[in-house]
Ligand binder design. Structure first.
Ligand code: A8S
Length: 170
């Protein structure tokens, strides 16, 4: 994988790719709901809007489940594009160590291999500051572990929705 881990002195970043066995519009309908990250992010206990209601510039406060090194994160929606299926947010506060974290999710239509329901390729790219006493590798590993859990749970949620809606149509 192309490594962006040495791109800037005090920041690190990379990306995680997930193939999802469900149509892009279904995946997008979940990703675009900035006010409801807990639908698929299993570390999030609840989400309260501090400003706005899901449009660009909205601010949310997420509470994370216990057992993690943090309890709250304040996040701003920077980009939401229904044409290019792009959503970006930044962490602007909270009691966690991920300073200046920014993530961008883009969805791409998977190749048509005869699968009638279609496939979606999700790419999530991120950058974040590396705290003074940490290495880039440790910070990237921490972030990517969370992103992979989120993506796996997203797969579970959308594939479940896709198969129950196709069951309904039979
Ligand atoms: C996301 C991505 C990340 C979330 C991290 C990396 C976080 O919510 C968790 C633990 C932390 O220590 C930091 O898309 C923070 O949500 C699960 C509270 C920000």
């Amino acid at each position: 994988m192309l490594s962006l881990k040495n791109n800037l002195n005090n920041q690190c970043g990379s990306y995680v790719v997930q193939v999802i066995d469900a149509p892009l519009q279904l995946v997008w309908s979940i990703i675009r709901r900035f006010e409801k990250p807990q639908i698929y992010k299993k570390f999030i206990k609840n989400c309260t809007m501090l400003s706005g209601n899901g449009e660009i510039g909205s601010i949310r406060e997420v509470q994370v489940v216990s057992g993690l090194p943090a309890s709250v994160s304040i996040e701003r929606l920077d980009q939401l594009d229904d044409e290019t299926h792009t959503m970006s947010f930044s962490m602007v506060g909270g009691d966690h160590a991920l300073k200046n974290y920014q993530s961008t999710i883009t969805l791409h239509e998977g190749e048509d291999d005869g699968d009638q329901y279609g496939k979606t390729i999700l790419v999530e790219a991120y950058v974040v500051d590396v705290p003074k006493d940490n290495t880039k590798e440790d910070v990237c590993l921490f972030v990517e572990t969370i992103l992979r859990c989120n993506h796996r749970s997203l797969v579970w949620v959308v594939e479940k929705t896709a198969s129950s809606s196709s069951d309904d149509s039979v």
